[in-house]
Write a protein that binds this ligand. Structure first.
Ligand SMILES: Cc1ncc(COP(=O)(O)O)c(C=O)c1O
Length: 293
């Protein structure tokens, strides 16, 4: 059975926020499993169950060189007994190119490096393999992934009823799951981490009912995906110093947390509201710069 216990929901008691009338909580999905963390577990869970129920032995998925999804799928394959194949964008790469690919390889993933030009045709390429692959889309977002994220929302409602739930948004799949799992007056806010956010709205809208409102903040992208600024790095270091049991990274959770703190300081959350931020994991991509003094 593919089942893990609920992740902890913790209050952030940061002295920096003491004077602001907001209760801040963090859903520690980064602690859910040492290898398959955060939204990756939420998105993979029901895909893995479906694959197993349908008798598949092999998973196939896609991603870029630093993909947390590739990392998590490789780990899930090893742990739950599937062979895995990853189609990776960039023919110049090899399994030793970086730690994500090395980790995937070590976990038994068969890595196939595609020229960027062909990568757009990856679905066609997948069909050439015809056989018995259970195909999981890039980033892991599909209906079954949404179901897994809704489960995380249910875990939160088992403990508290937040006014806001905040999450970093890349492809928007996790945000879509959060919106699908909202109850009552809780609002969801996605913090975009990619400059090209044009794709984000339709990606979210694809999975949520038309009448559901949601907010996407584009104020904390810090240039583009993977880009940082000294201000962002300083913020993360300061946050971790004051909250020593929580590590962030600079691509997703650091940007989201920066945005949430900024919004709290600007009074953009309703007074006395309860805000839950989702720690979506991804710490394998944490920059060494964050550990430098
Ligand atoms: C650590 C982390 N947080 C957030 C996200 C964003 O998730 P989504 O692509 O579902 O918007 C990702 C995704 O790729 C991620 O790896």
């Amino acid at each position: 059975m593919i089942q893990l216990p609920p992740s902890p929901l913790q209050r952030i008691n940061d002295p920096f926020l003491a004077k602001y009338p907001v209760k801040l909580y963090i859903k520690r999905d980064d602690l859910i499993h040492p290898d398959i963390t955060g939204n990756k577990w939420r998105k993979l869970k029901y895909n893995l169950i479906d694959a197993r129920e349908k008798g598949y032995k092999q998973l196939m998925t896609f991603g870029g060189a630093f993909s947390n999804h590739i990392y998590a799928t490789a780990a899930a394959g090893r742990i739950f007994g599937f062979e895995t194949t990853g189609l990776i964008r960039g023919e110049e790469l090899n399994p030793m190119s970086n730690e994500t690919l090395m980790y995937a390889k070590l976990n038994g993933m068969d890595l196939i490096f595609l020229p960027r030009l062909n990568y757009g045709f990856k679905d066609k390429i997948t069909r050439q393999y015809k056989t018995d692959f259970y195909v999981i889309p890039e980033g892991g977002t599909n209906e079954l992934a949404i179901k897994g994220v809704v489960e995380m929302m249910n875990e939160i409602y088992d403990e508290i009823t937040p006014d806001y739930v905040c999450v970093a948004a890349g492809t928007g799949g996790t945000l879509a799951g959060i919106i699908s799992g909202l109850r009552g007056d809780t609002e969801a806010i996605g913090f975009a981490v990619l400059k090209d956010k044009g794709l984000l709205y339709p990606a979210v809208a694809k999975y949520v009912p038309e009448d559901r409102e949601f907010d996407i903040s584009t104020d904390y992208i810090f240039g583009n995906y993977g880009k940082t600024t000294p201000e962002l790095i300083d913020f993360i270091k300061g946050f971790e110093k004051r909250n020593p049991n929580i590590l962030l990274e600079q691509v997703y959770t650091g940007k989201m947390m920066y945005g949430v703190y900024d919004m709290i300081q600007k009074g953009l959350f309703r007074e006395n509201s309860t805000v839950v931020v989702i720690h979506t994991g991804g710490l394998s991509g944490r920059s060494r710069e964050l550990d430098a003094r």
